[in-house]
Design a protein around this ligand. Structure first.
Ligand code: BDR
Ligand code: CA
Length: 325
C-alpha cells in the first residue's frame, strides 16, 4: 500500500495524542512533519509533548515549534480539559531532543514546497501557524494535496463559548484567514466540526479497552493514553456530561487517511470575528444566502462505533508489532 504523507499541526492535548498514535500505528501513513501549535496548553508544553510522543512512537519526522501566541487576541488555555501539562495524569519522561530548528510556519512551507501536491495537511489545533505559513507562501493551498482540520461547530452549540469551538476560539483570525486562502483550492478542505466529532463518545468500556491495549502491547504510549484519558473523563464529568469523553481529533485524522467512517457535504462557511456574543463561531450558509460557492466539505453521518473499533484495531496492530508503532 502506498503511504499517505501527512503534515500534522497539533496541540497535544489528550485527543491529539491519540490521533498521533493512530497515525503512527497505521500502516498506510507517513508522518512527514509535526508542527507544535499552542492551544490546549502553551506552545512550550505542546512542543515537549510532541517530542516525547514522537520519540515513544519511533517517529523520525521533523518537529517544529510554532508561534508563542495567536495572531491578534490574548492566548487562552484548556488545562482544565487536558491537565496542566496537556496530557492529563500521564507522567512523561523528558524528551531526548529539541526538535527542528525552524519555526512551525517555515516547516509547513518547506515541506509543502519540497513535495508539491503530495502532502495532506492535518490541523488538529488552532490555525495560527498555518495562517503564518500562508503569509510566507500564499501558494500553499495549491502545494498541498488537501487540508483536513478539526474545528468549528455547524448548527450545534460550542464547547468554548456558547457558539464557538475551542480550536477556532483560540485564534479566530487565523481560522478566518485559512478559510479565505483555501477558497478555490483544487480540493476543498475537510472540516470535522463538533456536531460530527462529538458523536465519538468514549465510555468506561472504551477506557477498559485502552487499558487492555496497554497490557497486551506493553507499549509505553498505551499507558500514557490510559492515564491521559482518565483525566479527560474526569473533566467531562465535572463539565456535566457524565463519565465519558468526547474524543475529537482521531476521527478527523482517520477520515483524512481512510475517507471512511463519515460522509462529507459541501458547505460555505466563514468565521465570525466581530460578534459581541458569537466571536469565533463558524457560520454555515445552509441556504446559499451569501451567493458564495461552498468552500469546505464538512464531515457528516459519522459511524462512531465502527470508527472506535478501527482505532483500537489499528493501535493494537501497530503498537503490538515488535518495535512498534
Ligand atoms: C478540540 O479542542 C481541543 O481541546 C481538542 O484537542 C480538539 O482539537 C475540540 O474542540
Ligand atoms: Ca487538538
Amino acid at each position: 500500500m502506498a503511504s499517505l504523507p501527512l503534515l500534522v499541526d497539533c496541540d497535544p492535548g489528550i485527543d491529539d495524542a491519540i490521533a498521533l498514535s493512530y497515525l503512527a500505528a497505521h500502516p498506510g501513513t507517513e508522518i512527514a512533519g509535526i508542527i507544535s501549535t499552542g492551544g490546549n496548553v502553551e506552545v512550550a508544553a505542546v512542543h515537549r509533548n510532541n517530542l516525547v510522543l514522537a520519540e515513544q512512537l519511533g517517529l523520525e519526522a521533523p518537529i517544529a515549534r510554532g508561534a508563542e501566541r495567536p495572531l491578534v487576541q490574548e492566548p487562552i488555555f484548556a488545562d482544565d480539559t487536558h491537565g496542566p501539562g496537556g496530557l492529563g495524569h500521564a507522567v512523561l519522561p523528558a524528551p531526548a531532543g529539541t526538535g527542528d530548528p525552524r519555526n512551525g510556519a517555515q516547516l509547513w512551507v518547506d515541506l509543502a514546497r519540497a513535495r508539491p501536491g503530495e502532502l495532506v495537511g492535518l490541523v488538529l489545533g488552532p490555525h495560527t501557524n498555518l495562517a503564518l505559513a500562508l503569509e510566507i507562501e500564499p501558494e500553499l493551498p495549491r502545494l498541498l494535496r488537501r487540508l483536513h482540520f478539526m474545528g468549528g461547530a455547524i448548527n450545534h452549540r460550542g464547547n468554548t463559548g456558547p457558539t464557538s469551538e475551542w480550536n477556532i476560539a483560540v485564534d479566530p483570525e487565523a481560522a478566518q484567514r485559512v478559510l479565505a486562502a483555501f477558497t478555490g483550492a483544487p480540493q476543498r478542505p475537510v472540516m470535522g466540526s463538533l456536531e460530527a466529532t462529538e458523536t465519538v463518545r468514549f465510555t468506561q468500556d472504551t477506557l477498559d479497552r485502552f487499558t487492555e491495549l496497554a497490557e497486551a502491547t506493553g507499549h509505553p504510549i498505551a499507558q500514557i493514553l490510559v492515564d491521559a484519558l482518565r483525566f479527560y473523563f474526569e473533566f467531562h464529568e465535572a463539565d456535566g456530561f457524565g463519565w465519558m469523553a468526547h474524543v475529537h481529533d482521531p476521527l478527523v485524522a482517520a477520515h483524512a487517511v481512510t475517507e471512511d467512517f463519515a460522509s462529507i457535504r459541501p458547505l460555505t462557511v466563514d468565521v465570525e470575528l466581530a460578534g459581541t456574543l458569537t466571536r469565533g463561531q463558524t457560520v454555515g450558509d445552509e441556504l446559499g444566502r451569501w451567493g458564495r460557492a461552498p468552500n469546505l466539505d464538512v464531515l457528516t453521518d459519522v459511524r462512531p462505533e465502527e470508527f472506535i473499533e478501527h482505532l483500537l484495531e489499528t493501535l493494537h496492530a501497530g503498537l503490538g508489532r515488535p518495535g512498534g508503532a
